[in-house]
Design a protein around this ligand. Structure first.
Ligand code: PMP
Length: 430
């Protein structure tokens, strides 16, 4: 594969951008090699500066659920820009999107728009702390909630990929208020709650973690968390930045029938524009300024261009529920194909699937939590990743990420991915 342009751009970028990228996982550090500098993307394909095209399984880390440059989204943006890019004043579209979010995710009675998933989670825990007058939060090991200080403790995604799940710069004072428990372990939560009686404001969790690879809840784990939080007056926050509007219209909470007190959203909600949101019970959200005392603000929050993109995206998903059945069918086809390849090659690796989120763990252990995920052979994953690129498929450049499928993937694309998985595994395993 010719990557001359990407190489020269990456060299150039090092001079003025830390590590040459504006978000760490993009640097290909854990898989080695040069990141691809992207020129354009259309439908299921992405094209780099050397004019290599790949079938896409990153999809901007989730937002591109309809595929790239979908006219429903691009037309909204093109129309909106003609009326100026920002006002810093309320607009009618902000009400439309708020109403639609509340309709699609019924646990959300009131919602505040922000500019990223990070802002959404940082704000949500501040509100939960203000609402409960408590300081501590419980976070699940291997879950990633953006780069807010409270969350950079045993964090997944880029933090674990870069080997800094506990980041320097986070003060001991902040770290001591974040309590940790393994995913899928109810007893660990019960112990933390008993040891910190009356002190825990919130339990924040990715209901289906996609930032330590993809891991699924088992044995009614989410229901049990709901019961504990109810009994202890703890605000249950589902971080659905990845799963929101992806696993179902109403996200993971709809799929598993568990109602959180608060939800954080991002990615799909902006259709590719920088948008996040947090919302929940009106009683809690009424603590947010100016309705209440918990301060949170944003110059560009509710930006008209971003709202136009997000509103069209959510409207489309709301009016086309078949998107989810189609995506699930594509997911199943891909997972089945990969399972068949693993069986044929006699490889013991794990495939996790939920809807259009999928991942292969390079381990023979069942993966139920972060410790299990860390038994994977990341070196093999790195080799596999590069083989997949050679075979025309662009995966997230880390073992600790979910792959995101888009509606633009055709049956033929799925067969191409399965064939690429087979030849890549053969090359890796020798
Ligand atoms: N929460 C989850 C579950 C995420 O997956 C991410 C980003 N991948 C975030 C929060 C942070 O979102 P952002 O990168 O938009 O700040």
């Amino acid at each position: 594969m010719n990557n001359k342009q990407s190489k020269s751009l990456f060299d150039k970028a090092q001079h003025t951008i830390p590590g040459g990228v504006n978000s760490p996982v993009r640097a290909f550090k854990s898989v080695g090699g040069t990141p691809l500098f992207i020129k354009s993307a259309q439908g299921a394909y992405i094209t780099d500066e050397d004019d290599n095209s790949f079938i896409e399984l990153i999809n901007s880390w989730g937002p591109m659920i309809l595929g790239h440059a979908h006219p429903v989204i691009t037309s909204a943006v093109q129309e909106a820009v003609n009326n100026s890019l920002s006002f810093g004043a309320p607009t009618a579209k902000e009400i439309d999107i708020a109403e639609l979010i509340c309709e699609m995710v019924p646990s959300i009675e009131k919602v505040r728009m922000v500019n990223s998933g990070t802002e959404a989670t940082m704000s949500a825990i501040r509100v939960a702390r203000g609402y409960t007058s408590r300081n501590k939060i419980i976070k699940i090991e291997g879950c990633y909630h953006g780069h807010g200080d409270s969350f950079l403790i045993a964090a997944g995604s880029g933090a674990v990929t870069m080997g800094v799940p506990n980041s320097p710069g986070v003060t001991d004072g902040t770290a001591k208020d974040t309590l940790l428990a393994p995913y899928n372990n109810v007893e660990a939560i019960q112990t933390l709650v008993a040891e910190n009686k009356g002190e825990i404001a919130a339990l924040i969790i990715e209901p289906v973690p996609g930032n330590m690879g993809l891991v699924l809840p088992k044995d009614n784990y989410l229901q049990k968390l709901r019961e504990i939080c109810d009994a202890e007056g703890i605000v249950l926050i589902f971080d659905e930045v990845m799963t929101g509007f992806r696993l179902a219209k109403g996200g993971a909470q709809e799929v598993f029938g568990v109602t959180p007190d608060m939800t954080t959203l991002g990615k799909i909600i902006g259709g590719g524009m920088p948008v996040g949101a947090y919302g929940g019970k009106a009683e809690i959200m009424n603590f947010v300024a100016p309705a209440g005392p918990v301060y949170q603000a944003g110059t560009l929050s509710g930006n008209p261009v971003a709202m136009a993109a997000g509103l069209n995206m959510l409207t489309y998903l709301n009016e086309h529920p078949e998107v989810y059945t189609e995506l699930a069918a594509k997911g199943e086809k891909l997972a089945e194909g990969i399972q068949a390849v693993l069986k044929e090659l006699n490889l013991p690796y794990q495939v996790t699937l939920l809807g259009s989120m999928i991942c292969i763990f390079f381990t023979e252990n069942e993966v139920d939590n972060f410790a299990d995920a860390q038994t994977t052979n990341t070196e093999k994953f790195g080799k596999f990743f590069h083989q997949m690129l050679e075979n025309g498929v662009y995966l997230p450049p880390s073992q600790y990420e979910s792959w995101f499928m888009s509606l633009a993937l055709t049956d033929e694309n799925i067969q191409q991915i399965i064939a690429a998985v087979k030849s890549s595994l053969i090359a890796v395993e020798g």
